[in-house]
Design a protein around this ligand. Sequence first.
Ligand code: PMP
Length: 399
Amino acid sequence: MSLFSAIELAPRDPILGLNEAFNADPRTDKVNLGVGVYFNEAGKIPLMKAVATAEQLHQQAQAARGYLPIEGVPSYSSAVQKQLFGADSGLLAKGLVVTAQSIGGTGALKLGADFIRTLDSSGVVAISNPSWENHRALFTAAGYQVQDYRYYDPASHGLDLAGMLADLEALPERSVLVLHACCHNPTGVDLTPADWAQVIALVERKQHIAFLDIAYQGFGDGIEEDAVAVRMFADSGLNFFVSSSFSKSFSFYGERVGALSVVSSSAQEAERVLSQVKRVIRTNYSNPPTHGATIVSTVLNTPELNAMWQQELAEMRNRIKSMRELMVQQLKDKGARQDFSFVTGQCGMFSYSGLSADQVERLRAEFGIYAVSTGRICVAALNLNNINAVTDAIVAVSG
Ligand code: PMP
């Protein structure tokens, strides 16, 4: 008998399944709004000029590929810290923050999850309803009990702050809260600084463990602006965790470049924390890969390349914003029966469009337009060539 005869087929990732269906669709005018990546105006994943330039420099340098330190490229970690906490952060000056390079933002979440498991926590993790679908799976696999907190209010297309606060309040003390620091995936709905202040006060009172997930810094209002939640937590004096990623902001998905940062109360504590995070890394994959983080470090630490990257990122951000505006305008002009004006107020790559599962299915079947059944669309997949067809189709199904 085979060792694997009783093994069941694991469920397919719903979004990857959507991509497979899209690829198999023979229609030439099909549009994939189900993806979680930024496409440029030509409908392609860009290779950023700042990245290409840094890669050329590295190729010329012909560097050997020795092992990195367990926590990764040191100049990368310090650049990550400055981007998250601000170049003039008092926490950084005092040595309260430690950062480990990770295998994308996902790897940072897993490192944090494994480390927090060794602390005195309730064992409960709370994630927003809805959230990036891997949050639940990742924390469940790491041995946590995962619960939802209210977040999105379908009636207002905005935040259910009262519901969120009530649910965070009802959790056992010392629960882990996964908080999207900006550009919430999948809704595009973020907290205001005043909302964050209320969350921070609650976290402090309930001794919760905040785990800020920031995968889209620079896709909302700007690199500094999008760090507001991180900066407010930093000012609060709390201990907290941040998982960050350059997958989107460097258009660097396959290079798997992320970081886990942990804020401690003293430099001595920070050193002990880092030693434990290193133990998690060592026993999982020993040390991280060299290429991606070296390139990100070169770009962030070289003033001309950094300026070039910021400019390119601003173009991406502005293109998404202009697609939001054009979409809302076209839907209005074409007489859509639903109100879509809220789409311009959402942040980042995604929009919870308000389309129902039935409408999403009609978009696919009748028009070859693919979206997630929850109504999530990737605004960054719209461009001047496909937006007309998309808004025509939405008008057709919204009647
Ligand atoms: N957190 C959120 C909210 C995300 O949307 C994503 C990626 N889609 C990640 C984390 C993981 O990022 P990465 O691809 O760098 O692992």
